[in-house]
Design a protein. Structure first.
Ligand code: FAD
Ligand code: FES
Length: 284
């Protein structure tokens, strides 16, 4: 069913975009951790994007996407008032959120900060003390800082170049916090695979429950095709229906990283083709 884009905001020029989309049926059921699968044009591929926010009253959902290749570039050509051809969701198991005995630390890296924001909001609504740790290469690439500061009692920041917060990685701040505070009940991490892997390794010695959200390649999103399979604790799981969140200490991150690059050459070629045809259309 087509869904109208109500607002479009460029969060990082040429890199990251936020869309607020009219989707009352999805907004009514969306929970933190859920995602949608969308298709932009008739012959286009289906891609999953996390629901970064949902407003039941307004009947809208918010998506934030990084420009990666052909489909996200195509999506980025749409403006407020345009329709997304198909939008299916909410999909995936929602984040397990309940009242915890100690603080929950939500860690976000890159575009994963937007997805983490919805989960942090959910923990806050459940009455948990939420500490967020966000990181990026430099200050200009930090997303959702104001949104997180509006409800989180503690927002800790790291940048690789030291332009904002602590110079270094999110894991430096995380290890420091876990060393000082033995009451932390859970760590949730969303971001690039190497970041989630590093978070899981950092928390392992502390024995703190660590949840990661896996971004494996998805096709149908309903457990039928097997494209999204991942190995967790030695068992094959489908990220779309068994996840996308799993115990970070059990995930085979090397296997996930390898599967994510399976179609690298085809993706590169189809993006090159898209860029050429898009330039041609613009110059007509
Ligand atoms: C549950 C889930 C939630 C996600 N949420 C977000 C989000 O909120 N924001 C965001 O920017 N990205 C998110 N992603 C990743 C996003 O789906 C990919 O960046 C997107 O599909 C890239 O498509 P493309 O055609 O633009 O790029 P391509 O050039 O086709 O691919 C670039 C890379 O994106 C990944 N990818 C490609 N096709 C798919 C696919 N069908 N499913 C999953 N990954 C794919 C692969 O790693 C690939 O190497 C999520 C992925 C999953 C599984
Ligand atoms: S995407 Fe097809 S089984 Fe998960």
């Amino acid at each position: 069913m087509p869904s109208r884009i109500l607002r479009k905001r460029r969060l990082i020029e040429g890199q990251t975009t936020e869309l607020v989309i009219e989707a009352p049926h999805i907004a009514a059921k969306a929970k933190p951790g859920n995602f949608v699968i969308l298709r932009v044009w008739e012959e286009g591929e289906r891609i999953p994007l996390t629901i970064a926010d949902a407003d039941t009253g307004a009947g809208t959902i918010t998506l934030v996407f990084l420009l990666m290749g052909k489909t996200t570039a195509h999506l980025d050509t749409l403006e407020a008032g345009d329709d997304i051809l198909d939008l299916c969701g909410p999909l995936g198991r929602p984040t397990e959120i309940h009242k915890l005995d100690g603080p929950v630390i939500c860690v976000g890296g890159g575009t994963g900060i937007a997805a983490m924001h919805h989960i942090a909001k959910g923990h806050h609504a459940a009455g948990n003390h939420v500490v967020t740790i966000i990181g990026a290469r430099c200050e200009d690439l930090l997303l959702f800082r104001d949104e997180l500061c509006s409800f989180c009692p503690e927002v800790l920041i790291s940048t690789n170049d030291g332009s904002c917060g602590r110079q270094g990685f999110v894991t430096d701040l995380l290890v420091e916090r876990l060393t000082e505070d033995k009451t932390v009940a859970e760590v949730v991490a969303i971001g690039p695979v190497p970041m989630m892997r590093a978070v899981a390794e950092a928390t392992r010695p502390f024995g703190v429950k660590t949840t990661v959200s896996l971004n494996s390649i998805m096709v149908d999103g309903i457990g039928m095709c097997g494209a999204c399979r991942v190995s967790v604790g030695g068992e094959t799981k489908f990220a779309c229906v068994d996840g996308p969140e799993f115990d970070g200490h059990q995930v085979d991150f090397a296997g996930l990283a390898a599967r994510l690059t399976s179609f690298k050459e085809q993706e590169r070629l189809s993006y090159e083709e898209f860029k050429k045809s898009h330039v041609c259309q613009c110059s007509k």
